[in-house]
Design a protein around this ligand. Sequence first.
Ligand SMILES: Nc1nc2c(ncn2[C@@H]2O[C@H](COP(=O)(O)OP(=O)(O)OP(=O)(O)O)[C@@H](O)[C@H]2O)c(=O)[nH]1
Length: 332
Amino acid sequence: MTPRSRRRKHAISQLNLMVVGFKSLGKTSFIRMLFDTLRIRREDNIQLPASLFQTAEKPGDAEAASTKELYSFTLDVEEENEKISLTLVDCPGFIKDNELRLDVQVTEALRYIEAQFDLTLAEETKVKRNPKALDSQIHACLYFIDNANNGLTDKDIRILKRLTARVNVIPVVAKADLLTTSQLANLKKTINRDLKFHQIPVFEFAEAEEDTDIDQELEDGEEQEQTASSFQSMIPFSLIAPEDAIITDPNTSERIRGRQFPWGIIDCLNPKHCDFVVLRNVLLTSHRKLFKDRTLESFYEQYRTERLLARKASKMITKEQKKKLLEDLSEI
Ligand SMILES: Nc1nc2c(ncn2[C@@H]2O[C@H](COP(=O)(O)OP(=O)(O)OP(=O)(O)O)[C@@H](O)[C@H]2O)c(=O)[nH]1
């Protein structure tokens, strides 16, 4: 074992993921499915939020099962021999028919992301820094897109523009089981066209991989290029979450995390049925370090600069200017 791989084996990497999107698109179901596929290292100290297991399979359950407020929980997991402290953050679904409320909800999600930057900033400015300080920054945010729309709506565009200024955003098509293969392919194409047309900088695989060592295992440069572009071609990733009912494979009698229809079974872990397995690998293994690096080097640095400039500007303001500003504000 090389010193590097020995170090890797013992170090615990922190990874913080967030899910956002309009109401009832399957955000909590995705977190539940991800949780269900994890290899938990320490079961003794997990505190799972009750809302994670409130499902809405029966009519009338939807309101009770909807996420009322942002919550997070942390798990010690092991993925490909690496220890990860994984924090999952679930947000209340955005409300479509109230513009003001929608803006407040997006602001709340962004405030949470910025509050984590503030923790890093506070740690950095301490005289004696804590070398074991936790990295609570949100490294990737999955944005759930409603497959009933023909591409991105104006509201999606507005939200995505705000989110992509602060976090690595990965767009996903929710409930892909409701689309045929060609409908899904067309929707992906339209979403990509919309992202490009509106210049929304969601996470890009091809570009990002050029300056990183993530694919060290792939020695052949051509193969590396292919991998990057094949990830990129999957954007937005399609997701299908399993239903509560216990479904078994008729051939093997093994449990399947899936959805059963009169004509067959969808296996959510089958890459032919949806992109969950690929996305899971991207988040937890292949691109984990890249998400973290970009968060620190790009998003945190940008936020830090903005905060320091704002602080400087507020110090430069004279007493008279401050008084006038407060007077003006009280008249509004
Ligand atoms: N057909 C289908 N239904 C799904 C899928 N994922 C979730 N659902 C169903 O959609 C409903 C809402 O799922 P949730 O996971 O609670 O959605 P959410 O986005 O967390 O909801 P809010 O917290 O209200 O925003 C439930 O009835 C789920 O069973 C999916 O992939 N396909």
